[in-house]
Each structure stands twice: as C-alpha cells, then as structure tokens.
Design a protein around this ligand. Structure first.
Ligand code: PLP
Length: 412
C-alpha cells in the first residue's frame, strides 16, 4: 500500500510578483544529469553563465555570478562584504524591501541612516543626493523595483552622484532584472543583485549578482581564506567578512580559474539559470522589456476599465506589478481565494500598512503573456461580481485587447 501520493502539483496561472511560472525548457534543463563541480564540462557552463550574466546586467564587470540561496542571500552577500562594522550606510526606503535592506545592514554592524517617503511613490533623485551629501555614508543601498508598492526608482542620477562622492552604491534589482532595463555600467552601480524567480522565470534558489572593481577592492582587503585551504597567509588589518557561506571574496575565487573549493555548487539550479538566461538573451533584452511594458499597460488599462483604482504614482509605476485598491465592501482575501481555487489563478496581497488594502498582480517572465493578462482580467471581473463588488462588466478584457491590437498595428 502506498503511504504517500505521487507528487502532482496543480497547474496554476501565477500572476504574483514572484515566484512565477517557469518555461518548460527551464524545467527540462533541471532534469539533466549531475556533473561534479570541478568537471571541465561543468566549469565551462559556469563560465558561460558568467558571460550571459554580464549581458543581462549590461556590464563589463568581471564578477558577475550567482550566489546559491534565494535573492535575499545575494543582498546579504553584497552587504556583508561591502559593509565593515561601524560603516555609515544610507538606505532610502519607499516600501517593504527598503526595510529589508536596513535590517540586513544593521546585522552587518552598520550605522544605518534612513530616508523615508510615503509608500506608493519614489524619491526625487535630488532628495537622495542631498541626503548623501549631508550624511557622507560609506555606502548607499536602494531598491530599484519595489514589489510591495509597485514602484520603480530612477537610479541614474543617484549612481553618478555616488561615483563623484566616492560612495559605494548597492542596488536590489531582484524584481526588475530581465523585465525592466537595469543598466549597471551606464548608471554607475557598484553592486547589483538580481532574482531568478521574477522576470527571469527560473525557480527561486539562486541570486545572480555583479560588482565592479571599486566593490572588489573593499572585499579583497577583508579577505581571509579558510585555514584548511591556505597555502600562504597574509594577515589583514581589516575585519574579515562575518559570513563564511556568503563571503564574496572566497566565492569569486571559486568562480575564477583558481576554482578555490567553497560550497558544492547547486548543479541543477545552475542548469536552470543558464537555460533561463539563454532564453532571455535569445528573445533579446529590448524585446523582452517591450513585452513586459505592453503586458503591464494592457493589464492596467483593463483594471481601470473595470472601474478599479490603481494604487500609487503612475509616473513611477513599476511596469511588472500592478497594485490595485481593494474596493470598499469587498473581502480581498475571499476574491483571492476564489481566483485560486475556482480559476487556478494566483494574485498577491501586500505587506505591512498595505495588507488588506491592495492586491498586487505581477506580469513577469513566462507569466507575462497576453493569454495570462486576458485570463486574469476576465476571472477577476467574474470573482468580483460573485463577491458582490460593483464593476463595469464586460469592459476590462476589451480594453486590454485594444492595447494588444495597438501593438499588432505598430508591428505592421
Ligand atoms: C522578491 C524580492 C526580494 C526577496 O527575494 P527572495 O528570493 O524571496 O529572497 C527582495 N527584493 C525585492 C525587491 C523583491 O521583489
């Protein structure tokens, strides 16, 4: 007698800001045979992945590789390596993930100063720049696409100011990489952390990142190789990086021709990332950004035609997340539950002050398609009516179709 059933997850249309649906080609890549982590067949795949990541991050940085662990591990690795205990760190906060950067920086021993703006908007770059001039931090950490509020922070001016003032700039581009332009070199970003389970449409479990020579210099002066691996030892007067697992100064040696032994690389995840990157670069970054923009616009047009109100500033809207105010008298969780159980569609709620106030619908990666946008609009309309909400019935899908048709006309 069988004690447990076969693994048989229900098929879902995932319209959240991550994790999202995964291209079947990526799932197939994950079932390929395991290779040893020093096998030349595997290290060749590692090198290719680094090359692809440089393209994705739009950078010439030598160091562009994934950290094993979810996106948060990449953020922690970057901050642990670049913040020495006692360093002053400035974090501008405009949503939940800004608070996460503060939380991590504090645990790195930073003296954290924050700048806050109301959730639903972003900073005028000048606000951040004058705070940098006033506070003189060693490092600024900021979120590019804030999924909790659906907002996109412009980074170019902040990047230039940090470079001129000799401040390191670390960016959380977890939600934007592969869906919205992230121009690492042109914007002068010193370290950028991406995510796999959002616009790249790879399962969660790796955090691709990149950093330049300015960042590397700070890591290297804190470098300490494990005693069991050392051939020589040059003691450093700087504090070693507090984490062993997330020590970028050692990890980069594993990703260099030296192949210093660190943890065992997550073989199947690397296959997945490589395949996800290959698919993204094959589509072309510009085409991919245009697809995300168009689906985001069609979704927003449909939601508004239904009579719903989008939350947050429209000028700084993150193209890959729509935040919707839950209408008065509607039970937001009952609508979400109905969408999931009756229509097989998942949308998200939000966090902290926005919990119970907004829904969030993501249009990311493989989930970001005309089919999914039309399905979610039709289903949301039906679920809202069923739950007693008042909507402009019949208009949402039509409004989205108009946006998709316009694109078709542009291509002719
Ligand atoms: C999803 C997300 C994260 C956290 O990613 P995990 O993979 O869950 O660790 C961090 N920052 C932003 C902006 C995100 O959207």
């Amino acid at each position: 007698m069988k004690r447990y059933n076969d693994l048989n997850p229900p098929p879902r249309t995932i319209m959240t800001p991550g994790p999202v649906e995964v291209d079947p080609r990526v799932l197939r890549a994950m079932s390929m045979p395991i290779l040893g982590q020093f096998d030349p067949a595997f290290t060749a795949l590692m090198n290719e992945t680094m090359e692809m990541l440089r393209e994705l991050f739009q950078t010439e940085n030598r160091w562009s590789y994934p950290v094993d662990g979810t996106s948060r591990s990449g953020l922690e690795a970057a901050l642990l390596g670049l913040i020495e205990p006692g360093d002053k760190v400035l974090v501008p906060i405009y949503g939940r993930f800004g608070h996460l950067l503060v939380e991590i920086a504090e645990r790195c021993g930073a003296q954290v100063v924050t700048l806050e703006t109301e959730w639903g908007g972003v900073f005028d770059p000048e606000q951040v720049i004058s705070a940098i001039k006033r506070e003189c931090p060693a490092l600024v950490a900021i979120v590019h696409g804030e999924t909790s509020t659906g907002q996109l922070q412009p980074l170019k001016e902040i990047g230039r100011a940090c470079r001129e003032l000799g401040v390191l700039l670390v960016v959380d581009a977890v939600a934007t990489i592969g869906g919205v332009p992230v121009d690492t070199d042109a914007w002068m970003l010193d370290a950028v952390v991406g995510g796999t389970q959002k616009c790249l449409s790879v399962p969660s479990g790796m955090a691709p990142l990149t950093y330049n020579e300015r960042a590397e210099a700070k890591l290297l002066r804190r470098k300490r190789v494990e005693r069991g691996l050392r051939t020589e030892h040059v003691p450093s007067r700087f504090r070693p990086i507090q984490s062993n697992y997330l020590d970028l100064s050692q990890l980069q040696d594993y990703w260099s021709p030296e192949r210093l032994n660190h943890h065992t690389e997550a073989t199947s995840m690397l296959y997945a990332l490589r395949e996800g990157l290959r698919i993204a670069l094959d589509e072309g970054l510009e085409a991919r950004f245009a697809r995300h923009k168009q689906n985001g616009e069609a979704l927003a047009a449909g939601l508004e035609a239904m009579g719903l109100t989008l939350f947050g500033s429209r000028t700084s809207k993150l193209p890959v997340v729509a935040c919707i105010e839950i209408p008065e008298g509607v039970d937001g969780e009952a609508v979400r539950f109905m969408l999931l159980t009756r229509f097989g569609i998942e949308i998200a709620s939000s966090f902290g002050p926005l919990k119970g106030r907004i829904w969030r619908i993501g249009t990311m990666g493989y989930s970001c398609s005309e089919k999914n946008v039309l399905h979610v609009l039709g289903a949301l309309e039906a679920a809202l009516i069923h739950q007693g909400g008042r909507v402009q019935a019949g208009d949402a899908v039509q409004a989205a179709l108009v946006v998709f048709d316009r694109r078709g006309a542009e291509l002719c």
